[in-house]
Ligand binder design. Structure first.
Ligand SMILES: Nc1nc2c(ncn2[C@@H]2O[C@H](COP(=O)(O)OP(=O)(O)OP(=O)(O)O)[C@@H](O)[C@H]2O)c(=O)[nH]1
Ligand SMILES: [Mg+2]
Length: 651
């Protein structure tokens, strides 16, 4: 039977890149028309349901940086275990100013804060605290930054990490108009702009395209009719994600956003198959959650959660190599002049989110002394200052014990009432507590109502996630060196006793009582580990489910498709993952390709369905990226004429 479809390249299909350009394509299936917005569009039939491919979005911001302390900071810290009883506290030793009254108006608060800052400088001098790079986080400051050129140069520098990177990123935010708008929005929500850059990244991954198969024939002396000998193309490289324990932030993804696996080599004569493309391994820190990039502010599906060092997951499998003509040899066609293109590798945008994996999380109201506590028990040097929200990003420290045991402690941003609804640093803060095994709740003993403050923080945890409130925790009543804290201690302790809680007291600034707290926390961590031992990770589980899902979509049967009709332009769309893949792998350079194409469409029922739905002479039919004109099979002369024309144009 004469084939009813003739093929030509529409302007749309001409825009399709040539074989060697395909690696740069962003979209596998470019929607040819905006049919779904067309009022004349009718959805005619659906032969079978199918999984929609995971969406890929183009463009993306790469916004991560962190101020987690460099690994070098993690060295043994000396403990001062001598705890003086409250009776020994000398008030004259302490010149610490108290937290400003939080009820005063905002303007007043600012003035007060300025004053306190200057006071702090004095105090810190006395306490020998190192404020290090404190100025770094004043995002709105224009001063101290280099010129545009400097910025560009820095961005080209692969080694741009750490301090300088943070500095320039801050500048980057000010300069980009779009970012500024976003920043304003965030500010309105009360979340400092710096927070959104800390532990999130957006990256693009693409599996390698398969190599093309070739048409070749064996030519050898004394071997007449040597037969087809075109080899298959090699498979494209895979995209893996691997946990690298030496990483503790998503900072490197500011520099490298695109990860593309290598293309498979093309097949060659003498039945030589192409080599496999090079794999690409995306290294992420432990605790990374990987999501499909969301659209319009909607979070994408969670694909993977990588917690343990060494875990490795196959994310995107490489495209299949195209078959060479040796593979098409059959009893009926001994000299096939056909070979396939390599299958295109899948691509997608991913969102990475790093959730802290620390043994102990230090929580509490702002200004309670959490950072001071961390600086005392570990070698970390977080910024400490006498005003709320000094800590915007979690700081990590490693606590080393004499007996060769270590524990990771995270100092988290302060928590305010209403945090579960996003007040203060809200969710950003609470998210980080989810992964800590044990919490140390630092209470500011010098506050007006320490117990109320304690309850408010507990309540916020519970409101955000009841599991958080279930975590083992201990209470450390801080600032015992201050008279008001010392006075309130007994009543605080008694009230907590009644509730079955045994609080600790300490003076972080004087390093008194801190060792008891951290040792008790370590005991809790150990207990927790014991109970969790059975559920602990025992080697790699199957983490390749994303790749399996992708493969399933890729290998969707060719006879699963749906047909839609645009009556205004008399266009029929035949959509199906299997068909689309078939069209993409058809190499129109070879003589037999078109015949095979027509044959496959007929065999999988496309023609039958179109006729059933009422396709007419001259209608346009779009399959994948191919656009064709329908001709009734009875009009043989017309069909063959048009078919010849189409083949010429393909050539
Ligand atoms: N007197 C006294 N002051 C302390 C003690 N611990 C911390 N401070 C002071 O309290 C202020 C706040 O300390 P930080 O460690 O920055 O408090 P924080 O809980 O980390 O605060 P945020 O990060 O803003 O939530 C600083 O001025 C510290 O010097 C203490 O034991 N005694
Ligand atoms: Mg702090």
């Amino acid at each position: 039977m004469a084939s009813p479809l003739s093929i030509y390249f529409s302007p749309y299909s001409l825009a399709r890149p040539s074989n060697n350009q395909t690696r740069n394509r962003q979209n596998k299936a470019i929607p040819p028309r905006n049919l779904r917005k067309n009022p004349n569009y009718e959805h005619k039939t659906r032969t079978t349901s199918r999984n929609l491919p995971l969406s890929s979005t183009s463009g993306g911001e790469a916004t991560t940086f962190t101020r987690l302390p460099p690994k070098d900071d993690f060295v043994d810290s000396p403990f001062d275990s001598t705890f003086q009883s409250p009776a020994e506290v000398k008030l004259s030793d302490s010149t610490i100013t108290q937290t400003p009254n939080k009820n005063v108006s905002k303007a007043k608060n600012e003035l007060e804060n300025d004053r306190l800052r200057s006071e702090d400088e004095e105090i810190d001098g006395k306490l020998a605290f190192d404020y290090g790079n404190f100025e770094l986080f004043e995002i709105n400051s224009d001063s101290d930054y280099g010129s545009d050129d400097d910025l560009g140069d820095e961005h080209n520098n692969d080694e741009m990490l750490g301090f300088r990177d943070e500095e320039f990123e801050n500048k980057g935010f000010e300069e980009e108009g779009e970012e500024e708008e976003e920043e304003d929005k965030e500010k309105q929500k009360g979340v400092p702009a710096v927070m959104r850059c800390f532990d999130r990244a957006k990256i693009y991954v693409k599996a390698g395209d398969g190599g093309n198969g070739v048409v070749a024939f064996r030519r050898e002396k004394y071997v007449p009719l040597g037969g087809p000998s075109g080899g298959d193309g090699g498979r494209g490289g895979n995209v893996y994600v691997e946990v690298d324990e030496s990483m503790n932030s998503l900072l490197p993804f500011r520099q490298s956003v695109h990860f593309r696996a290598g293309r498979g080599a093309h097949g060659q004569g003498r039945k030589q198959n192409g080599a496999k493309g090079e794999d690409v391994v995306v290294k992420v820190p432990p605790g990374t959650v990987i999501r499909e990039a969301g659209k319009d502010g909607v979070e994408g599906n969670e694909l993977l959660e990588l917690l343990h060092p060494g875990q490795r997951a196959l994310l995107l499998p490489g495209g299949r190599g195209g078959r060479g003509n040796a593979s098409f040899k059959s009893g009926t066609n001994k000299v096939p002049k056909i070979a396939e293109n390599g299958e295109e590798g899948l691509e997608m945008w991913l969102e990475l989110e790093l959730k802290l994996v620390a043994d102990v999380g230090i929580i509490g109201a702002p200004n309670a002394g959490k950072s001071t506590f961390l600086s005392v028990v570990s070698a970390a040097q977080p910024t400490i200052a006498n005003y709320p929200f000094t800590t915007l990003l979690p700081n990590l420290g490693v606590v080393s014990f004499d007996y060769d045991a270590t524990m990771v402690v995270a100092d988290l941003p302060g928590l305010l009432e209403g945090a579960h609804r996003g007040f203060g640093l809200g969710h950003e803060f609470l998210r980080h507590t989810e992964r800590c095994s044990v919490l140390v709740h630092v209470v500011d003993g010098s506050s007006q109502q320490p117990e109320y403050e304690f309850d408010a923080v507990r309540l916020e945890l519970e409101m955000f996630n009841p599991d958080l409130a279930e975590k083992p925790y201990l209470v450390a009543y801080n600032k015992m060196d201050l008279p008001e804290a010392y006075e309130n201690w007994v009543s605080f302790k008694e009230r907590l006793h009644i509730r079955g809680i045994e609080p600790f007291c300490m003076s972080a600034v004087k390093r008194e009582g801190t060792q008891e707290v951290i040792c008790a926390a370590y005991e809790l961590v150990r207990e927790r580990l014991e109970t969790k031992k059975e559920e602990s990770w025992n080697g790699p589980s199957n983490l390749n489910h994303v790749a399996d899902m992708m493969r399933k979509q890729q290998t969707a049967p060719i006879n699963e498709f749906e047909i839609s009709h645009d009556s205004a332009s008399n266009t029929w769309h035949v959509d199906g993952a299997g068909l689309q893949r078939f069209v993409q792998m058809t190499n129109w350079r070879y003589m037999d390709s078109e015949r095979r194409f027509q044959h496959v469409l007929e065999a999988c029922g496309v023609y039958k369905s179109l006729i059933k739905l009422g396709v007419k002479e001259g209608d346009t039919v779009i399959v994948g990226e191919m656009e064709m004109v329908w001709h009734d099979a009875s009009d043989n002369s017309k069909t063959s004429k048009l078919r010849k024309w189409s083949v010429d144009s393909i050539k």
